[in-house]
Design a protein around this ligand. Sequence first.
Ligand code: SF4
Ligand code: SF4
Length: 279
Amino acid sequence: MITRACISINNRCNLNCTYCHFHTPEKAVCLSEAEMNVYTILDNIKSHIDKYDIETFKLGFVGNGEPLLDYGSLRGYIEYISDYLLADRIAAYTITNGTLINKEMLDYFKKHKVNVGFSIDGMAEIHNKLRCNTHSKVMNAIELYHAVNACYPSMNCTVGRDVLDKAEDTIAFFKQFGNRITFSRMIGKYGICLDEFHSFLDRAKSRVNVRIGKYDCTMYGGMCGAGINNIFYANGNIYLCGNCVDLPPIAKADTPIDRIKPDIPMFDRSTCFKETQCL
Ligand code: SF4
Ligand code: SF4
């Protein structure tokens, strides 16, 4: 049963991070700015929730770009599901690179119960090297979030070679916030292997509140959830996950959710399905 979805509301970003795996030449050919009616998707999600009496459907406005570049559209989508959000039938979130957010946006997200996560790769030295010298800007945005919400936001840190080399310092950086951290394994050209990532997670788990899903994604330290309960909307199509946009889509974006039947072979879910297809 599908109980989670992510919608990539755009395919563009104002940064050009060194390790970005969304904007590689291979994926670029799959990600044109094809028309996608997000309101139809939201209608399908609401019908699915009602039909199957789903207690809470998890919905991420996250994908191949920076969602706040299209803040006006995002507001429209949030408004459209606002009764489901306020009733906790939809738990929505977005993740930003933190360079565009302002107080008006933070107030709006708070009012509509939309969780906002920030991408930050720990200390300035590493973050600036990989994420376009944006550390102080992102930290200012995180402090603004704190002022609005009286707590620190969830944060996402991509774990690559630089973080592994400064593992203790990186963990200490996140410990100061007392919040939940999602560490994700760097993949692609500069990627690290699963064993290295898991050793880092084991160290981090004893010191900070680390998010680890079960059948979710090996990139976050869980098992691969491809084809189980989660789908990814982008570019007018539905994919197994955000990393699978260069594999064939599993349906068109306007397909009613209970008609989506991903047909994927058995595989070891401690590994990444996408990587098994690219060997
Ligand atoms: S902010 Fe995210 S989408 Fe944008 S370039 Fe960096 S990693 Fe890629
Ligand atoms: S296919 Fe890979 S990237 Fe996609 S959900 Fe599975 S582990 Fe994660």
